[in-house]
Design a protein around this ligand. Structure first.
Ligand code: C2E
Ligand code: MG
Ligand code: MG
Ligand code: MG
Length: 286
C-alpha cells in the first residue's frame, strides 16, 4: 500500500516536472521569437505626487506583443537562459526612445524607471550602453531611474556595488524595488547609492490596517532621514492614498490612479491630474 502510493507520488512528481520543463521551453521559444521579430512592447504606469495628484513620472513594464504571459513568468526564464541581457538592452533603448518621442511632441520630460533583474547587473557593457542611448537621444541621465529589487542587493557582491556606483557616476537614479518583501535590512540602505525606496504592495496594504500605521510611518521617516524618497506601490484604495499622503509618502503608483498603459494612451493624459483632494480618482484609471 505504502509502496504503491509512493510510486504514484513519484510518477505524479515526474509528470509535473515534465510540464514545468515544457512550459519553460515554450516560453524560451517565445522570447527568442520576440527578440528576433520585434515582439516586445513597454507599458507605462504613471506615478503621482499625492498633494497635487499630478503625474511626476512613469515605470516602464515589459510585455509580450499579443501574448498574455506576464513578466513574473517570463523574466525568470529569461534570467535562466541569459536572454535577459538582449531583452534588457531592448528595454533601455525603447524607454529612452519613448522619452525622446514625448519630448519631441512638445511634452515636458518626466522621469521613466526601468527594472533590472539580477543577471543584468553582470552585463558589463550595460552602463556604457545606457550612457550611449541617453546621449543619442539627448536625454539627461537624471531622467532615467533604475529599479533593483532587494533580493538582488542581498546577494551583496562587490560587483553589485560597483555596478550601482557606475550608474550613479553617470547620473542615473537608483530605486530600491519591492521593499518589504525580503529581509528589509535597513543597513544596506546606508552604504548603497540609493535615492528612492519603493514600498511593496504588501506594505502599502498595511496602511489599511490601523495597527500598522505607526510602523509604516517610521519606515517613511527613516527613509527620509537617509535622504531617500518614498514611493508606495500597488495603491488601490482611496483610504490607502489618504493615509499614505498623511504619512508623508512622496509618490504613489497603483490601479487607483492608473494601470500600466501603452505609450499612445499615456500621451493624452501625460500632464493631467489623476486624483483630486477628496481622493476620488479622476479619469485615467480603468
Ligand atoms: P515591479 O517592478 O514591482 O512592478 C510592479 C508590478 O505591480 C507590475 O506588474 C504592475 O503592473 C503591478 N501593479 C501596479 N499597480 C498595481 C496595483 O494597484 N495592484 C496590483 N495588484 N498590481 C499592481 P508586472 O508589469 O506584471 O511586472 C511584474 C514584475 O516583473 C515587476 O515588478 C518587475 O520586477 C518585473 N519586470 C517588469 N518589466 C520588467 C523589465 O523590463 N525588466 C525586468 N528585468 N523585469 C521586469
Ligand atoms: Mg519595478
Ligand atoms: Mg515593485
Ligand atoms: Mg515586483
Amino acid at each position: 500500500q505504502v509502496k504503491h502510493s509512493g510510486k504514484n507520488h513519484y510518477m505524479y512528481f515526474q509528470q509535473e516536472m515534465i510540464e514545468v520543463l515544457k512550459e519553460k521551453v515554450e516560453t524560451e521559444r517565445r522570447l527568442t521569437e520576440a527578440l528576433a521579430e520585434d515582439g516586445f512592447r513597454l507599458v507605462y504606469q504613471p506615478q503621482v505626487e499625492p498633494i497635487t495628484g499630478s503625474i511626476v513620472g512613469f515605470e516602464a513594464l515589459l510585455r509580450l506583443k499579443g501574448i498574455a504571459i506576464l513578466p513574473d513568468r517570463f523574466i525568470p526564464v529569461a534570467e535562466e537562459t541569459g536572454q535577459i541581457i538582449p531583452i534588457g538592452r531592448w528595454v533601455v533603448g525603447e524607454a529612452i526612445r519613448q522619452m525622446a518621442s514625448w519630448r519631441d511632441q512638445g511634452l515636458p520630460l518626466k522621469p521613466v524607471a526601468i527594472n533590472l533583474s539580477s543577471k543584468q547587473l553582470s552585463d558589463e557593457g550595460l552602463h556604457g550602453y545606457l550612457q550611449q542611448k541617453l546621449l543619442e537621444k539627448n536625454i539627461p541621465a537624471e531622467y532615467l531611474e533604475v529599479e533593483i529589487t532587494e533580493s538582488v542587493l542581498l546577494e551583496e557582491s562587490t560587483d553589485t556595488t560597483t555596478f550601482l556606483n557606475r550608474l550613479r557616476e553617470i547620473g542615473i537614479r537608483i530605486a530600491l524595488d519591492d521593499f518589504g518583501t525580503g529581509y528589509s535590512s535597513l543597513i544596506y540602505l546606508t552604504y548603497l547609492p540609493i535615492q528612492k525606496i519603493k514600498l511593496d504592495k504588501t506594505l502599502s496594504d498595511r496602511f489599511l490596517k490601523d495597527e500598522s500605521v505607526e510602523v509604516m510611518n517610521s519606515i517613511i521617516t527613516l527613509g527620509h532621514s537617509l535622504n531617500m524618497e518614498i514611493t508606495a506601490e500597488g495603491v488601490e484604495e482611496p483610504e490607502q492614498y489618504r493615509k499614505l499622503k498623511k504619512s508623508g509618502c512622496d509618490f504613489m503608483q497603483g490601479y487607483l490612479f492608473s494601470r500600466p498603459l501603452p505609450a499612445e494612451e499615456v500621451t493624452p493624459i501625460y500632464n493631467s491630474q489623476l486624483i483630486s483632494d477628496n481622493a476620488s480618482p479622476a479619469g485615467a484609471s480603468q
